[in-house]
Design a protein around this ligand. Structure first.
Ligand SMILES: [Ca+2]
Ligand SMILES: [Ca+2]
Length: 185
């Protein structure tokens, strides 16, 4: 339902989708998707979640806020065909198992419990990569300034742009990004 063009990483963590009540087939058939960053963007309770990730054959990681566990009664075939999917924490992994594809596995993998979601704390930091091209450099400063001036959003990651990690994207993030570049990290 979201989009079927080639797309390997989708980051929704900067959005508030709490009002979404139906997730049926939300990411169904996003067959090139490898990484999905949800954070806490989606509600833990929704009326329908059937086939939400069905057919995402390359999807390896779904990152959610720690403690995320979707309502376990609302969704069949949620993970069907997610052959690459793996929930991860340092003490345990939950590899895809075709016998367990219902919403009951839509929870964060912990040392004590299987789950196909991975906690955001294990998301490799991409902070500063505003244009989402895999590197942090001066182009990201330009992109961020363009955004603040009302420019194009075609290649723009809200999560990566919030360099000072407060609640908004502002000129302070430009300063923080330049500091980041100058510090050579
Ligand atoms: Ca970049
Ligand atoms: Ca900010």
């Amino acid at each position: 339902m979201i989009m079927k063009k080639p797309l390997t990483t989708l980051d929704l963590s900067g959005l508030n989708l709490e009002s979404v009540s139906k997730m049926m087939e939300m990411f169904y058939g996003c067959s090139n998707l490898e990484t999905l960053v949800l954070g806490g963007s989606l509600p833990q309770y929704a009326s329908v979640r059937d086939r939400a990730f069905k057919g995402c054959g390359k999807l390896k990681r779904i990152y959610c806020d720690p403690g995320t566990a979707w309502d376990a009664y609302q969704g069949s075939q949620v993970f069907e065909g997610c052959y690459s999917l793996e929930g991860y924490c340092p003490e345990r992994t939950t590899p895809y198992n075709s016998s367990f594809v219902t919403v009951a596995y839509a929870r964060v993998c912990t040392p004590d419990e299987d789950g196909y979601f991975t906690s955001m704390e294990y998301l490799p930091s991409r902070l500063g990569d505003v244009n989402d091209d895999g590197v942090v450099n001066i182009s990201d400063v330009t992109t961020l300034i363009d955004y603040l001036l009302g420019g194009s959003l075609e290649h723009f990651s809200i999560a990566n742009a919030n360099v000072n990690m407060d609640s908004k994207i502002s000129i302070s993030d430009v300063t923080a990004l330049i500091d980041l570049l100058l510090s050579g990290e």
